[in-house]
Ligand binder design. Structure first.
Ligand SMILES: [Zn+2]
Length: 269
């Protein structure tokens, strides 16, 4: 980064699609960590996202160079659900080799990603980075293994969160014009454990079921008609109300049963 305190990236290569302007009035509440599942430069991930409806705010290359692809003020499409996307900064970290090598990441990329997490937390007043609180992982929000080794339990998680916390303290001291050392406030270590908060679960449920809840509403409307008032094209019941799809199916079943009985009777004779 050119400037950690102002979040000025090394490079800016903005997406021209596959993101949403603004954040729908929401504030940044956390970062969401990803790995590329690929060995990609800033230009290459930009190219990938031209053909896939996806994006993130930052790409951390294996050499530690950080690119901005979506402005922080806009919504990147990285967490698979709008609720989380509108409230987070998406950080992608390149791998340095493929699946046969186990998706490794360079120490440099882990360090710079950790520092970026710290800088984002400081800039948006999110507090010291805490895994599972203001530092979240793609796999929390959808069915994916991403960010794999960077996630809790993964071999890089402790290094990532450790550097994020160390650098946060350093950067905060710099911002406040003090030095780390005897004046630095001691904060507890061990941030790699996931802190389970009520918010964690709320976000998880909303993130996981958000799209499905919308889909259920659609299904309900299809079954019951707009506002549950039935569909005029299905006919009316004896009270003169529009039939719902459920009513119509029930009526059809009745008709079919009648018909079957008549056919059975004919056959019996
Ligand atoms: Zn991801």
């Amino acid at each position: 980064m050119k400037n950690w305190l102002t979040l000025e990236p090394d490079r800016v290569k903005l997406m021209n699609k596959h993101y949403t302007k603004g954040r729908g009035g929401n504030k940044v509440e956390c970062v969401v960590v990803h790995h590329n599942a690929g060995v990609l430069s800033i230009d290459q991930i930009w190219q990938v996202w031209q053909t896939r409806a996806a994006s993130a705010h930052y790409q951390v290359q294996s050499d530690g160079v950080i690119g901005q692809l979506v402005w922080d003020r806009d919504t990147a499409w990285h967490a698979a659900n709008q609720y989380t996307n509108q409230r987070s900064i998406g950080i992608e970290v390149s791998n340095s080799a493929g699946p046969n090598a186990g998706w490794p990441i360079t120490d440099t990329a882990i360090r710079e990603a950790g520092r970026l997490i710290a800088a984002v937390c400081l800039y948006y007043g999110l507090g010291r980075p805490v895994s599972g609180d203001n530092v979240r992982y793609h796999r929390e929000f959808t069915s994916t293994t991403c960010p794999y080794h960077l996630a809790p339990g993964g071999k890089y998680n402790a290094a990532l969160i450790g550097e994020a916390q160390r650098f946060y303290d350093e950067l905060k001291a710099k911002k406040n014009g003090t030095t780390t050392g005897r004046h630095a406030k001691k904060t507890p270590a061990g941030g790699s454990s996931v802190m389970l908060t009520a918010k964690y679960f709320t976000d998880f449920i909303k993130g996981f079921f958000g799209p499905q809840i919308d889909a259920l509403q659609d299904v309900w409307t299809q079954l019951r008609g707009p506002s549950g008032g039935g569909w005029p094209q299905l006919g009316k019941n004896k009270a003169g109300q529009n039939l719902t799809l459920v009513d119509a199916v029930a009526a059809l079943r009745h008709d079919v049963a009648d018909l079957t009985r008549k056919i059975d009777n004919l056959g019996g004779k």
